[in-house]
Design a protein around this ligand. Structure first.
Ligand SMILES: *Cc1c(COP(=O)(O)O)cnc(C)c1O
Length: 424
């Protein structure tokens, strides 16, 4: 809403607080009102006709043209405000769309591009819901999903070059729970090289569309669009929401035409984020970088303190990587290591369960990215649908515990963990 008077070239921390909201449209309130209306009154029948022509793709919006709102499954003021305010947090983003979950954002972005007969390349391990979406839902509809190992730069390059009918490359990096990183720029370069000469005027690029699930390190520490990706996807339930109290999702693109396709599917599916949730998420945006910085600092201090602990076999954390390729990707792609650590305990499942029983400050729960520290046992919870062989191959051992650090004082958390470790 009303970005016409907004100075361009502000830095993100300023921009996120000052754009996208015009108090005069909310009777002067300093914070946006929540517009809980399902439908909008047209200013004239002609304006209604124009809004439907634009929505139906029969006309193009003129620069600066104000279009009447229609119906809240398509669009509503709180979504517009949120989508405007989130843009500066994602470098090179031109458009955003908000959804009622991260899964809704991922599904809608995929279905905006894919059709039966197409192939989708995706990194594994990947979020369990995403994996089920691909294998149990898209596959039976005739969309072939091909897994490639996360972090294997050569294999991903090769797969992008050789997969027939490749339409989407979906990368989750770092991958959960072992923090394996995949080179975003290399994948984008490989996709771009496929059809670099195509220019047939269609809005979607002929080359495969590269989508990144940026939930773990974005928007603060990893910027997929600036590395060449077409779509950056979020579970806003995690760091963007930040307080473990809402479910939401976001898709951002560099290209407005691609976003129009995603929005058209969102209007059809009816999975736009509701006004109240938009308002809540909107309040969290100005602090996401502050929170993530603190969470990353807490994690780094604790990871490095626990690195040589006798009860720990291995710690998975970017500043403690030992594989040279992982070290290279982290150095080139990420600004800071982030707030997730996985620790592989001596003593397997019993040790892991005893650890989870003994922690007092951190809570035993799935999910991540909140201001409070959460810990879980992936093998028996988030990854329990996997076969023992796949779990072993991915390093998701019986003793593995994943921790999402909050903003508590790190010394209290460290003492809590050292005490819990002493009980196993
Ligand atoms: C949580 C999560 C999702 C799914 O998001 P929801 O908001 O739960 O639908 C997708 N990808 C990653 C990496 C996640 O952590």
């Amino acid at each position: 809403m009303s970005q016409s008077k907004h100075p361009s070239a502000l830095r993100p921390e300023t921009d996120v607080l000052t754009r996208g909201f015009d108090p005069s449209l909310s009777v002067g309130s300093a914070r946006p009102a929540v517009f809980r209306s399902s439908t909008y009154v047209f200013s004239s029948p002609e304006a209604a006709e124009r809004a439907f022509d634009l929505m139906g793709g029969r006309a193009q919006r003129a620069p600066g043209e104000n279009v009447d709102l229609v119906y809240s499954r398509f669009n509503h003021p709180n979504a517009q405000i949120l989508e405007e305010q989130i843009l500066p947090l994602e470098p090179e983003a031109a458009a955003a769309a908000v959804f009622n979950s991260g899964m809704a954002a991922i599904m809608t972005a995929l279905l905006a591009v894919l059709k039966p007969g197409d192939c989708l390349l995706y990194t594994v391990p990947i979020y369990g819901g995403t994996q089920t979406l691909i294998q149990a839902f898209l596959q039976p509809f005739g969309i072939e999903g091909r897994p490639v190992p996360a972090g294997d730069t050569g294999a991903i390059d090769q797969a992008i070059r050789s997969t027939p009918n490749l339409r989407v490359v979906l990368i989750e990096t770092p991958a959960n729970p072992t923090i394996v990183m995949t080179d975003i720029k290399r994948a984008c370069d490989a996709a771009l090289a496929l059809h670099s000469s195509s220019g047939n005027g269609s809005s979607a690029p002929e080359r495969p569309v590269v989508m990144i699930d940026n939930t773990f390190l974005g928007p603060a520490f990893q910027h997929p669009l600036a590395l060449g990706a077409d779509v950056s996807l979020y579970s806003a339930t995690k760091y963007l929401g930040g307080y473990s109290d809402i479910i939401g999702g976001v898709a951002l693109t560099r290209d407005a035409a691609l976003m129009n396709k995603i929005r058209a599917k969102r209007s059809l599916f009816g999975n736009i984020l509701q006004p109240d949730e938009c308002w809540i998420l909107d309040t969290r945006l100005p602090t996401v970088t502050l929170r993530m910085n603190r969470q990353s600092k807490n994690s780094q201090r604790i990871a490095e303190h626990l690195a040589k602990h006798p009860k720990i076999r291995k710690i998975y954390y970017p500043t403690l990587f030992d594989d040279p390729e992982q070290i290279r990707i982290y150095a080139q792609q990420c600004d800071y290591p982030g707030g997730i650590i996985s620790i592989d305990l001596e003593g397997g499942k019993e040790a892991a369960f005893n650890f989870l029983r003994s922690i007092r400050l951190a809570r035993n729960a799935v999910s991540l990215g909140g201001v409070e520290t959460l810990a879980c046992h992936p093998r028996s919870t988030t990854h329990s649908a996997w076969s023992a062989r796949d779990l072993d191959e991915a390093g998701i051992s019986e003793g593995l515990v994943r921790i999402s650090f909050g903003i508590e004082d790190w010394r209290d958390l460290l003492a809590d963990f050292e005490n819990a470790l002493s009980t196993i």
